[in-house]
Design a protein around this ligand. Sequence first.
Ligand code: CP
Length: 329
Amino acid sequence: MSLRHLLDIRSLTREQLLSLLNDSKKFVEVSRRSIKKVPALRGKTVINLFLEASTRTRASFEIAGKRLSADTINLTASGSSVQKGEGLIDTAKTLEAMAPDILVIRHPASGAPHILAERIPKTSIVNAGDGMHEHPTQALLDCLSLMERLNRTAEELSGLTVAIVGDIRHSRVARSNMWAHRLLGNSVRLVGPSTLVPDEFAGSQYFPGGVTIHHDLAEGIEGADVVMVLRMQMERQHESFVPSLDEYSRYYGLSVAKLERFAPDAVVLHPGPANRGIEINGALLYDKRSLVSQQVEFGVAVRMAVLFSLATGKGALPVEPQSVEGHTQ
Ligand code: CP
């Protein structure tokens, strides 16, 4: 069960996924106490290396490390020697010499965390989002949000229809969620224009037997249990994938009215940051069916569970919540 790195969801077993989700739930409880700090990772060092913009992931990894009493430092491209042209491997080798236990990395290049796992083997690597590849902790917090809203355990989070809407071509969030829902036993619909939902996603290399593609929003979300709306990722679009954002919004943007009409019982996820008025209407973002705030809250718990698991090598917290309680300072 024990994990050396968290590089992606794709290479996890179902048992590892369930274990991380169940552990995360225990850390939600820790994060809701008035005193949120436990000494579990005292003496451990976590470096957060964010070479691409982030608010949620970066802040929550820092908070997670601090709540576990780890020594946590944060580096971004701006203000580090990356700005002077130092490359990824040399940056990582430099940081490795300071003996961190865990290096959390966000990078614009797909595969960057995997390269680090090979090149600095003494340090556990966590992928905090790499290019268009994966964002494993995002998928974990999305699943944890569904567990809480649907009042299900990780083991029970199956049999759902999950519609993922929007810029799937460029989305690491979609890829990690597709793998997670495959392991959990849910069916996934990919919804969007053909330019943003390439047909190869239905191919067996991505999601054997489990993905359907829909170019019509109403058809794609009708009767879904979960509608996950994705951000239009302008920073990764080096050509025009839609005729205009206005037109995209008209055909694929989700609003309260469209949700009520086609999927009235669905809950809505959005990884953030949202382009209000493009992929999602501002009123829906904080509607009662939206789990956006909960996703952010649970991001901290998920990242605590991941850091704990990697730093202790246990792969799981003690089973009883009282055992966590016992660590409280
Ligand atoms: N969802 C997500 O990764 O958001 P940030 O880019 O703000 O971290």
